[in-house]
Ligand binder design. Sequence first.
Ligand SMILES: *Cc1c(COP(=O)(O)O)cnc(C)c1O
Length: 259
Amino acid sequence: MSGAKLRVFKHNDLDDLERILKWADSRTPSPKPETRNPKPRTLIVTESVFSMDGDLAPLLDLVALKEKYGAWLMVDEAHATGLFGAGRRGLAEEHGVCDRIEIQMGTLGKAVGAAGGYICGSRALVDWLVNRARSFIFSTAPVPAQAAAARAGIKLIQSAEGADRCVRLWSLVDLLKSELINAGWPPSGAVRSPIVPLIVGEAAAAVSLAGKLRERGFFVPAIRYPTVARGAARLRVTVSADHTAADLAALAAALGNPR
Ligand SMILES: *Cc1c(COP(=O)(O)O)cnc(C)c1O
């Protein structure tokens, strides 16, 4: 919608990103004093926790690179809000780079437990978006109940109970991973992630496995092309702090041995 030229850098590949930043720089016209905005802006956009593999963006290196080129950085914390950082604000907080990232966004519909989304940035940026972002201005505002639910969710996340639930969630994730390895599934590549992908391969196999799990009372969505690459269809397991160790053991048993 901005009319900007879009270039996609290879997943978490800082060399590829730098190549594109150099290209963007080379397009920058020489500054003329009479023009108000001589230098076009470059905006780098990334997720912090990737939604399909559960891997993490190299945020510290991304921040260093965007500063080297005077670009802006926008980080989607959809899967990190509520789980990373001392205040559970996200991966930017965990890495101590909140005030070096121009645009932090997230959803209120995952850990926060409501619906909608948020953008954190400078007052000028937020005022500009509120007044100029067309899809925002011409949409009906969320109902007060939804805003109240989101506020309650954020309050809970920031409370001592939120801290406890976070610790509990991480220990359940570790437990699930070891249950899966014991059941014969290859270890998930993700180091520390609330998303545990089980790569199945063929789309039909993933869908059929998801169906079998559903019959046994487990809702685990199958993710397939075009959301992920062909041949990399998967089940995406998401653990909640309300699960129990017994739930996870039962899931691993229901999944069975992949071989
Ligand atoms: C879920 C998600 C969102 C936001 O989703 P909504 O359903 O619109 O709240 C944004 N970015 C990523 C990467 C997501 O996974």
